[in-house]
Design a protein around this ligand. Structure first.
Ligand SMILES: NC(=O)c1ccc[n+]([C@@H]2O[C@H](COP(=O)([O-])OP(=O)(O)OC[C@H]3O[C@@H](n4cnc5c(N)ncnc54)[C@H](O)[C@@H]3O)[C@@H](O)[C@H]2O)c1
Length: 342
C-alpha cells in the first residue's frame, strides 16, 4: 500500500512497553508517517497499550503476527511501501530467559533475522546496491546494555566495550545485534543499533521491577528485592528513549552503534526507597511503605552493575535525556496507581 505523501514505517513489537510509548510519540511528531505495527501479542503485549488520537489512528495499522513467521514478514514488505524499520519485538524478561530460554533465541535471533532479511530483499538489489528509490531507507535495531555483561564498581559501557552477555536474554540480544551488524557489513544494509539501559514509564509489564514494587505497596504485600538489593542499573524515562531512537534513525550513521543512558545509576534499594518515599507522600498508608521491604533469593547469575557512557549520542547527535528522575518516577507511579485501582 502506498498513500501519496505518507512515509511507511514498520515497528515490530509495538504493543509492548517501549514500542507503545514510541508509536504515539512518532505519529505526533511526524504527521506524514504511517506506522505498521506487527506484534504477536505474547503475554507481554497488549494492543490497547497503543493509545492514539483519531487523527493518529488514520496513520496506523496493527498486524497481529509473529516476526518468526517468514511469509508474514515478507508479505508486510509486499503490501506496504516500508521505508524504515524500528525493531523492538523481543522476549525481554531476564527471569523468563532463565526458566525458558528457547523462545528468546527463536524470537530475538531468528525473528531479527527474518525482519532484517525481508527489509534487505525489499530495499536492495544486490550487496551495496539499492533498488531505485530505496536509498534513504533505514533499519534501526533496538537493543540493550545487557549485551556488555556486568561492571565492577567503576567504569562505564561504551560502544567499544566487548560483548560479554551473561543471561540467555542478553545472549539472544547480542546474537540479534550481530545479525544486524552482519547485514550492514555484508550487504550494505542501512542499519543502526542502539543499546539502552533500563527504562521506566507507562505500560511496562507487571512482571518488571518498578511495577512490581508499586503494586506490592498498593496491595500491602511484601516488596521483593533480589539478594541484598545492591545491584545497580542506569534508569532512563521511556520517552527519552523514544526520542533517542528517533534521533538515531534520522541522524545516526549507518553501521554505527549508539549507547543510550541517563547517567542515573541507582541500586535496587535506592529505587525501592524512592518509590516508598513518593508513595508515603501521595498515597499514605497506615504504616510507611518501607516496612514492606523484604529480601528474596537472588536471581541466578545476577549481573551486579550496568552503567552507560552516552557521550557518543550526546556529542555526535545532540540527544540528551530530558526527564528529571524523581519527577518522571512520580508521574509513572501515579500512572500505575490509576491502572491498578481502575
Ligand atoms: N525495557 C527496557 O528497559 C529495555 C531496555 C533496553 C532495551 N530494551 C529492548 O527494547 C525492546 C522492547 O522492550 P520492551 O521493554 O518494550 O519489551 P516488552 O516485553 O514490553 O514488549 C515486547 C513486545 O514484543 C512482542 N513480541 C514478542 N515476541 C514477538 C514475536 N515473536 N513476534 C512479534 N512480536 C513479539 C510482545 O508481544 C510485546 O508487545 C526489546 O528489544 C528490548 O530488548 C528494553
Amino acid at each position: 500500500m502506498t498513500n501519496q505523501g505518507l512515509k511507511y514505517i514498520l515497528v515490530t513489537g509495538g504493543a509492548g512497553f517501549i514500542g507503545s510509548n514510541f508509536i504515539p510519540y512518532m505519529l505526533n511528531k511526524y504527521p506524514d508517517y504511517f506506522i505498521v505495527n506487527i506484534d504477536a501479542l505474547t503475554y507481554a503485549g497488549n494492543a490497547e497499550n497503543v493509545r492514539l488520537t483519531e487523527d493518529q489512528k488514520k496513520r496506523y495499522k496493527f498486524i497481529h503476527g509473529n516476526i518468526c513467521d517468514e511469509a508474514l514478514v515478507q508479505s508486510i514488505f509486499k503490501d506496504y511501501d516500508i521505508r524504515g524499520v524500528f525493531h523492538f519485538a523481543a522476549e525481554s524478561h531476564v527471569d523468563n530467559s532463565i526458566t525458558g530460554p528457547k523462545v528468546f533465541f527463536e524470537t530475538n535471533v531468528m525473528g531479527t533475522y527474518n525482519v532484517v532479511h525481508a527489509a534487505k530483499n525489499k530495499w536492495m538489489k544486490e550487496p551495496f546496491v539499492f533498488n531505485d528509490g530505496f536509498e534513504d531507507c533505514r533499519f534501526h535495531h533496538v537493543s540493550t546494555d545487557e549485551v556488555y555483561g556486568t561492571l565492577g564498581e567503576v567504569g562505564l559501557f561504551s560502544e567499544k566495550t566487548a560483548y560479554a552477555p551473561n543471561p540467555p536474554y542478553a545472549a539472544s540480544k547480542a546474537g540479534a545485534d550481530f545479525v544486524v551488524r552482519s547485514y550492514f557489513h555484508t550487504f550494505g544494509m542501512p542499519a543502526t543499533i542502539s543499546n539502552c539501559s533500563n527504562n521506566y514509564g507507562e505500560n511496562q509489564h507487571d512482571e518488571k521491577f518498578i511495577p512490581t514494587v508499586i503494586r506490592s505497596c498498593l496491595n500491602g504485600k511484601n516488596i521483593p528485592i533480589y539478594g541484598e538489593g545492591k545491584n545497580i542499573r542506569d534508569w532512563l524515562f521511556v520517552l527519552d528513549h523514544a526520542k533517542a531512537l528517533d534521533t538515531v534513525f534520522h541522524t545516526g550513521k549507518c553501521g554505527e552503534t549508539y549507547n543510550i543512558g541517563c547517567w542515573n545509576e541507582q541500586t535496587n534499594n535506592d529505587i525501592v526507597h524512592l518509590i516508598c518515599r513518593i508513595l508515603n507522600k501521595i498515597k499514605p498508608a497506615d504504616e510507611p511503605y518501607e516496612n514492606l521491604i523484604s529480601y528474596v533469593k537472588d536471581r541466578a547469575g545476577h549481573d551486579m552493575r550496568y552503567a552507560i557512557d552516552s557521550t557518543k549520542i550526546e556529542n555526535e547527535l545532540g540527544w540528551k535525556p530530558e526527564a528529571k528522575f524523581e519527577e518522571a518516577l512520580e508521574y509513572t507511579i501515579k500512572w500505575y496507581i490509576s491502572k491498578y485501582e481502575a
